[in-house]
Ligand binder design. Structure first.
Ligand code: C5P
Length: 424
């Protein structure tokens, strides 16, 4: 493919060098078009050396080749990374003030933006309006990652990792260039949360959990395989990010809540498979907590995190808008006062979600394991009938769940008559 890589003037411009490498090593021909401001971060020599093509920021170089018209017209894909607030604004306004914005106006193929800026700039109504304008014209604007920004601050606005931009940009090019996706979830937007949140105590320590993210990653992959447009909200994972998803990285429960809040505005299905910490340290110390000279033990006070699943269900009821289907997960052990199924049913009622995937947990069951046993509970099923236990690999369970989601969306819940998930 012929790719134009537009580079905006932000500190994250250096990460575009890795992105360029990913494209060229996969055999694509890349023409880099930086903005003038970006060359204060990464110089033209770097782009020329890495891409093997002459590079300019202005329409007044190589005028004989009519660069300002030709580049956009010939590109099979235009990727802008980092897309700063200024660049998004200029693109949305249709300005042609430099070679990159001329190229964007001449684009005849898919256009993809990977934004990077401070959280306040990203959240500003002006930027959000520009993003909405660009999306309404068919451009793909990735959600920025959530995490450490230039200074000490952190939040949404970080440039997603080059590997993630690479995968999402190629997916966007594929989508735009091929026939509509086929599959049980074709045309559906699905958001999947996965992994375990980490709640910081100080700059080096956190409270975490044993979730590997395997089940959530398997659900996201199964949804992609069935043609869904998948946003994958990933807390700490021990497995690779599935291909073909739009990745939003988060660390803490509060960041995950923000990411879910953003996603529910435009998703048909929310699958909450992340292990969200119920509590976080009341204070996140700016400096490492030291052992005290008087030998006193440190005291950590925990405060409750919001229940994101229950909150999303409540918001949907209150506003009348939101995902058509909200799926929760539960891991229960059962005890003297209730069986795993009883606890699952109580949780389904408490959370109010449309489906609950109930896992039985023990010390070696579920967390990090490949194989699992689940029951899928629905509020519409007769409580006198025990839903079958489904056993299989997490991939099998994910495929089954995706089929069930598709059936629910179609208004006909599939009834599971057997306990074994059919292989393949
Ligand atoms: O209450 P419990 O943690 O067992 O509930 C599990 C379900 O609720 C999962 O779907 C999980 O993603 C979600 N959850 C949440 N917010 C929390 C805790 C759990 O959305 N604070």
């Amino acid at each position: 493919m012929r790719i134009v890589l537009g580079v905006g003037g932000g500190i994250a411009a250096y990460k575009a060098a890795s992105l360029l490498r990913l494209f060229t090593e996969a055999g694509h021909s890349v023409q880099v078009v930086p903005t003038e401001a970006s060359t204060r971060f990464v110089g033209i020599a770097t782009w020329e050396a890495l891409s093997g093509h002459p590079v300019s920021t202005t329409v007044f170089d190589a005028v004989d080749t009519v660069n300002h018209v030709r580049l956009g017209h010939e590109a099979d894909l235009i990727v802008v990374a980092p897309a700063t607030a200024d660049l998004l604004a200029r693109a949305a306004a249709g300005l042609a003030s430099d070679l990159l914005t001329n190229t964007l106006l001449m684009a005849s193929g898919p256009v993809f933006f990977a934004p990077a800026m401070h959280t306040e700039m990203w959240n500003h109504p002006a930027t959000q309006a520009n993003v909405a304008t660009l999306r309404s014209r068919g451009a793909v604007v990735m959600e920025p990652a959530i995490g450490r920004l230039t200074g000490k601050d952190s939040g949404p606005g970080r440039l997603p990792e080059p590997e993630d931009i690479y995968a999402a940009a190629l997916a966007a090019a594929g989508e735009a260039g091929s026939a509509p996706a086929a599959g049980l979830l074709a045309g559906r937007r699905v958001t999947v949360t996965a992994g375990g949140t980490r709640e910081p105590l100080d700059p080096v320590r956190f409270l975490g959990n044993r979730s590997s993210g395997k089940q959530g990653a398997a659900v996201a992959a199964a949804a992609v395989a069935e043609g869904a447009q998948v946003r994958f909200v990933a807390a700490h994972l021990e497995v690779p990010v599935p291909e073909g998803v739009e990745l939003v990285q988060v660390e803490t429960a509060l960041e995950l809540r923000d990411a879910v809040h953003d996603a529910v505005q435009s998703t048909d299905v929310l699958v909450m498979s992340a292990a969200v910490a119920d509590f976080r340290p009341g204070e996140n110390a700016d400096t490492k907590i030291k052992k005290r000279d008087d030998g006193a033990d440190p005291v950590i006070t925990l405060v409750r995190n919001p229940d994101i699943l229950a909150e999303t269900v409540q918001n949907r009821s209150a506003s009348g808008t939101g995902p058509s289907l909200i799926v929760g997960f539960a891991a229960e052990t059962g005890d003297g006062s209730g069986s795993v199924l009883e606890y699952g049913r109580r949780k389904l009622e408490r959370k109010g979600c449309d489906l609950l995937v109930l896992n039985q947990v023990g010390r070696s069951l579920v967390f990090g394991q490949d194989s699992t046993e689940v029951r899928i509970l629905s509020p519409h099923e007769d409580p006198r009938i025990e839903p079958p236990a489904l056993t299989g690999s997490k991939t099998d369970i994910a495929r089954h769940l995706v089929e069930r989601i598709a059936a629910e969306l179609a208004g006909a819940p599939a009834s599971s008559s057997t306990g074994a998930v059919p292989p393949g």
